[in-house]
Design a protein around this ligand. Sequence first.
Ligand code: GH3
Length: 301
Amino acid sequence: MDILLVDDDMVDRAAIVRTLKKSDLSVRITEAITVEQGLQLYSENTFDVVLLDYNLPLRDGIEMMVEIRNESKNSSIAIVMMSGSEDEALALECIKAGAQDFLVKSEISEKKLRRAILHSTTRNDLEKKLYETYQKVKSLAETDSLTGLPNRYFFDESLKLAIANNRRHEHTLALLLLDIDNFKLINDNFGHDVGDVFLKKTVSKIKACLRGNELFSRLGGDEFAITLCNLESSEQAHMIAQRIIAAMQVPLELASTTINSTVSIGIALHPVNGGTSEELFKYADIAMYRAKKQGRNQVCF
Ligand code: GH3
C-alpha cells in the first residue's frame, strides 16, 4: 500500500512511520512537509491513501484535500486527516470537506491507524461504486434509450438554463419542434422494428445538419426538439430548419426498400415569442401544427 504522509512536524512524522512499520500492513511511505510538496508528490505518483495533518504552514490540510479532490487524477483517493486538536467541529469539517476519517494525533495507536487506513480505503471504494452507479442511473434517467439522444426531462431542464443565460446576453434563442410526417404509416407498412431503425437513421440525418453545440432531444414518439443559442437573427434558425427539411428529402434505404419521409418544423424565438420554456413550447407547437395543416414538409414560425 502506497501512503503519502504530509506533516510538518518531524517528531510526529517519525512516530507515524514507526507505528505504520510496526503494523501488519505492507506499506511504502512517502513523506512531505508542506502542502506544495505534498501536491507535487501526489501529482507525480500514485498513492492509495493520504495521511494529512490539518495544521500545516501557509496552507492547511483542508486546502490540500480540496485541491486533490478537484484534480482529475484519482481525485477520489482515501484521505485520513490528522490533528493535534480534539475539536469535534474540526473533525466534522474535515469529513464534510472530503476526508474519509479523522484521527487525533495524541490518540494514534497501531490499531487505530491500521483501522483508519483500512476503513478509509474500503469506504472510498464503496463511495466510488456508489458514485459510478449514481452516474449510470442519472444517464439512464436523462437519455432516450432508442436513439441515445437526451430525453424530454433533460431537454426541459437544459432549455430553462439556456433561457436564463439568453436573458443575460440578450441574443436570440430558438426552439425548434420537429415532428415526422405520417410516421404511423411507416410502422403500419413496414413494421415497428423498421420504424425504430427509421427513427435512429433520421436522428443521424438531423445531427448531420447541426454543428454539435445545439441541444437535440427526442421528446417522445416521432417528436424532437432542438435549442439553438446565441443567434444573431431569426434567419439563422430558419436556415437550419430548412437544412433539415432538405436533408429529409434524401430517401432512406431500409429493409430492402426505399422509404421517403418528411418533417414539419415549428419555431419559437426567445424573447420575442415567449419568456419561459412553457411559452416557447406552446408557440412552437402551434407553429408546428400550422406546418402540418399547410401540407407538412415545411417550416413555420
Ligand atoms: P402526423 O404527420 O399527423 O404527425 O402523423 P403521424 O403518423 O406522424 O403521427 P401520429 O402521432 O399519428 O403517429 C405517431 C406514431 O409513432 C404512433 C406510434 O405508434 C409511433 N411511435 C411512437 N413511439 C415509437 C417508437 O419508439 N418506435 C416506433 N417504431 N414507433 C413509435
